[in-house]
Design a protein around this ligand. Sequence first.
Ligand SMILES: [Mg+2]
Length: 283
Amino acid sequence: MDNKYIISTDLDGTLLDHNTYKFNKAAPALEYCDDMQIPIIFNTSKTFSETEKLRKQLNNNHPFIIENGAAVYVPKEYFEMAEPSSVPRFDAGEYWVYKFGINRSEILSRLTTFAASHPYSYKGFKSTTTRELSKDTGLTLEQAAAAKERQFSEPVAWLDKPEKLNEFSQHLNLFGLNCIQGGRYSHVIGQTNKAKPLLFLKELYQQKYNNNQILISLGDSPNDREMLECADIAVVIESPSHQDPILNTHPHLIRSRFQGPMGWNESMLNLLQTNTEKPAINV
Ligand SMILES: [Mg+2]
């Protein structure tokens, strides 16, 4: 088929249930995408180890974006073309890694300098044990250990007054850092977000297929806002635990009727089965 759609999806609270981390309720829509050869790009705050494991469980062979847009992993040979060099890339075995953020060691060093003059109360993953993380998130010890293997970001549990979080974020910008709100944690990263590597990938798909691709993004949290805004079709998945990402006016916005993977399933089947022959919009 003429590959017309690309899907970018958040994981926790979107494709995966917020509490159980299961995706089985989205199985019919995932199978439909597979049959129609529509690539599903995981676009998550999760680490490489966590995302790769899930990708194998779902038999997904497509590129994926980790740690809130800090890097994109592209299977070698995937695009069968000379890849652009505008973004620094490195070789990671079966993948090329395009780096949009900065290394975690640099983030931790800047946070230490920052803390000396900005006394906010929070607890980062660096000072959180695997056991504590498992207890806070409901992940198994093994999953919590994988969640701590961060390369390009430092998630923090906010312990200060909620209204101070915006101020914290603005002050971090002066140190060349972004603070992005996820479902459970705030994530301190370099100056990137989930949209930057996604638009880079969209361009690679358009070059590969020599056509305009319709980008569908699905997310449930403020850290998905840029990814939703840059999409041709934005699908906001209802969350049991927090407010929707605040979207500026989006011309093609869908709000799911159900939470998590059930919402993912219904929204995508409605959208794709109605529009596969006649695309929802012309781009
Ligand atoms: Mg989420």
